[in-house]
Write a protein that binds this ligand. Structure first.
Ligand SMILES: Nc1nc2c(ncn2[C@@H]2O[C@H](COP(=O)(O)OP(=O)(O)OP(=O)(O)O)[C@@H](O)[C@H]2O)c(=O)[nH]1
Length: 302
């Protein structure tokens, strides 16, 4: 946690948790704010599993965004993990952004208020306002006004229409503590290359498979050999069932080839290097329900 140790420090810095239900638009918002495609954007819910720190420099401030999984029900162990990560992120941060699509009812917000029992300072960000009429937007804002003693501000945004970026960054900056910068401003993300490559492979799985399968898969980066102009990456896609493995591999290996090619292109664009990607598929039944195997692949329950 950061403290305001000196009033004559001109710079500000702080951690901002980004929370909201799955599909609220968290990754899209973060990509837009940072100006690079780093957080994973998916049309499907629950794509964000682990926290990613993304740094945005705005005027004198260094805003460190902590991307969190959506707040949702605890049907499965993996979901429990996501929920606890979200709550942990709220507790660790200087400020919380609660993202609510403009079409949503206020139930999600009320649930967030219950979870946020210690009343961490938060800003309500109304997302996807391009999806509702001006009248509906005003009516929604009026509904939120009933809680105005709870939030610091309510900012409507639309990434699609490019609305609200500066207002949001200004408002966040206003509430951050005075502090020296915590990271080299040249860095865009504190998440390491492993995590980024993993997300890129996961994103390619989501892009190439349309049904439930992507939710029951995960990716382990086994090895990265970083050479000056080439990264050699070995990764394994884990599935629940043999039948899923067959679908991921596809006829004559066609699907896995497409996943691999898409992932490689994203990775090359990001690293500005050639990537040699070797992808394997492995069946590990029950991995998403089993704590031990979850912690083996990097989801820690502490
Ligand atoms: N029309 C419109 N769609 C948006 C906007 N922002 C995000 N979306 C869409 O909403 C969907 C969900 O966006 P994400 O950014 O993946 O949502 P998320 O909250 O990160 O989702 P999880 O990773 O599942 O928690 C995607 O299809 C986005 O294209 C917006 O401003 N306008």
């Amino acid at each position: 946690m950061l403290h305001d140790t000196s009033s004559n420090i001109a710079t500000k810095a702080g951690f901002v948790a980004v929370v909201g239900r799955p599909n609220a638009g968290k990754s899209t918002l973060l990509n837009w704010l940072v100006g690079e495609k780093l957080a994973m954007v998916s049309k499907k819910a629950q794509a964000t599993r682990k926290r990613m720190n993304i740094i945005v420099m705005h005027e004198n401030a260094q805003i460190i965004f902590v991307d969190t999984p959506g707040i949702h029900e605890k049907e499965r162990l993996l979901n429990q993990f996501m929920l606890s990560e979200a709550i942990k992120a709220i507790g660790d941060c200087d400020l919380v952004l609660f993202l609510a699509p403009a079409k949503d009812k206020l139930e999600h917000y009320k649930k967030f208020l219950e979870l946020n029992a210690k009343n961490r300072p938060h800003i309500v960000v109304l997302t996807k306002i391009d999806e509702v009429s001006q009248e509906a937007l005003l009516a929604k804002i009026a509904e939120y006004q009933a809680f105005q003693d709870k939030f610091l501000a309510l900012i409507p945004v639309s990434v699609t229409k490019g609305v609200g970026k500066d207002q949001l960054l200004d408002e966040i900056t206003k509430h951050l503590p005075h502090s020296p910068w915590l990271y080299d401003p040249e860095l865009l993300t504190t998440t390491n290359i492993r995590e980024i490559y993993k997300e890129m492979i996961r994103e390619s799985i989501f892009d190439n498979l349309s049904d439930e399968i992507p939710y029951e898969t995960d990716v382990i980066i086994e090895k990265i050999d970083e050479l000056p102009h080439l990264d050699r990456v070995q990764a394994t896609i884990i599935t629940e069932k043999k039948s899923q493995k067959m679908i991921i591999v596809g006829k004559g290996g066609s699907t896995i080839k497409r996943i691999g090619r898409d992932a490689r292109m994203k990775m090359e664009q990001f690293s500005q290097k050639k990537i040699y990607l070797e992808l394997f598929v492995s069946v590990k039944s029950g991995w998403s329900k089993n704590k031990k195997s979850l912690s083996e692949i990097g989801y820690n329950f502490d």
